[in-house]
Design a protein around this ligand. Structure first.
Ligand code: KG4
Ligand code: ZN
Length: 357
């Protein structure tokens, strides 16, 4: 099938044409980074207005770059949840309108589930298929989500754990703001932490475990500890003066970035280990780790995930850089499997800001 995918859940306006679930014929992403940079984060109202302006040219470009005509498209897939409601509405409305006008089926795709599919996309038509073996464990780490899944197939997945406060990418962005690292914080903090000579043990920042068997994540304590390293503890005991805060030199900033990165990545590996044990206790032996989301672009996380999978005998599905962040190829790719399972939507498809699965 030739599926046109549409993605507008946050601040990327994206469209892609994917053949047979994994051959990416085109993937166009119009980033709004420059639009939100001066505010230090995504402004929902600005994002949705920008989607309205960009969605039609982006879809046109995706179809043109794929070398096909709109009338060749067999189905339209739209990311319909979760995300910023004003942003989602634009992509869902565009998807409905196109599917209706072309007389082809519409498929609603969960954005977080689609992130797990990003590593199964082929960058070029000559590249071999990934050949995912199920059951698989899934990890999504992005600006809005940090979740672990158990997958029996591409269309049967269960969330085992999720963040109870900040998402990992959000924690990176806030840590970058604390350290004075410019927007976009995540990639810039990663680059700083990876500078040769960076000392990732400068500060022993906390790795949240939550309850003994918990598969959930928490990044707010890590973020607060980093803040205290920069500004000092706000309420020291009354009987002694506050500890002096070392001056924030470029070296200290770099080393705190590396210390933050070390703790954040350790939290992920720890929970993946627990999740493997958890499913194994039910007799489920995962063969693959599927990963996705903007933070899978992180250099240290990529390295540690590879080491983790080698040590546990798992095949690692790590998206190519272009498909780590939000894109529509992952939406169109997963939609092929939803279509094969008969999971079509219709004109009543709703944009939903949250997801419960
Ligand atoms: O998946 P994505 O594009 O959007 C959401 O669905 O949230 O993820 C964006 C997030 C941002 O928080 C960004 O700072 C983070 O991914 N990110 C990174 C890196 N590249 C992107 N975080 C850490 N290291 C990176 N290299
Ligand atoms: Zn995303």
């Amino acid at each position: 099938m030739l599926i046109l995918g549409i993605e507008t859940s946050c601040d990327e306006t994206a469209a892609a044409v994917v053949r047979d679930g994994d051959v990416v014929l085109s993937s166009v992403v119009a980033s709004q980074n420059e639009l939100h940079a001066e505010y230090g984060g995504v402004v929902p109202e600005l994002a949705s207005r920008a989607h309205v302006e960009r969605i039609t040219p982006v879809i046109r470009a995706a179809v043109a770059q794929a070398g096909v005509a709109l009338t060749d498209i067999n189905a339209v897939a739209a990311g319909h949840r979760p995300g910023l409601i004003g942003s989602l509405l634009v992509g869902v409305a565009a998807g409905k309108a196109l599917a209706w006008a072309l007389g082809v089926p519409l498929i609603g795709v969960d954005h977080v589930h689609a992130h797990l599919y990003a590593g199964a996309l082929r960058v070029g038509p000559g590249e071999p298929r990934l050949g995912v073996t199920f059951p698989a464990l899934g990890l999504v780490v992005s600006g809005g989500h940090t979740s672990i899944y158990e997958l029996s197939s591409w269309t049967l997945m269960q969330r085992l754990g999720a963040t109870i406060d900040d998402a990992m990418g959000e924690a990176y962005d806030k840590a970058a703001a604390i350290l004075g690292v410019p927007f976009p914080g995540g990639p810039n903090l990663d680059a700083l932490a990876a500078t040769p000579g960076a000392n990732d043990r400068l500060a022993d920042l906390p790795v949240s475990r939550l309850g003994p068997g918990s598969l959930d994540f928490s990044f707010s304590g890590l973020k607060t500890s980093l803040l205290y390293q920069v500004r000092g503890v706000p309420t020291p005991p009354r009987d002694r003066p506050p500890d002096p805060v070392p001056e924030m030199t470029p070296e200290r900033t770099r080393d705190l970035a590396a210390s933050f990165q070390r703790a954040a990545v350790r939290a992920i590996i720890l929970k993946l280990d627990r999740a493997l044990e958890h499913v194994a206790s039910r007799g489920v032996h995962c063969r693959t780790l599927l990963t996705g989301g903007g933070v899978t672009a992180n250099s240290r996380l990529r390295r540690e995930l590879a080491e983790f999978c080698t040590a546990r005998g798992l095949t690692l599905s790590l998206p190519p850089m272009a498909y780590c962040v939000d894109n529509a190829a992952m939406i169109a790719g997963l939609a092929e499997h939803l279509a094969a399972a008969g999971r079509f939507a219709d004109i009543t498809l709703q944009a939903e800001p949250t997801t419960s699965c």
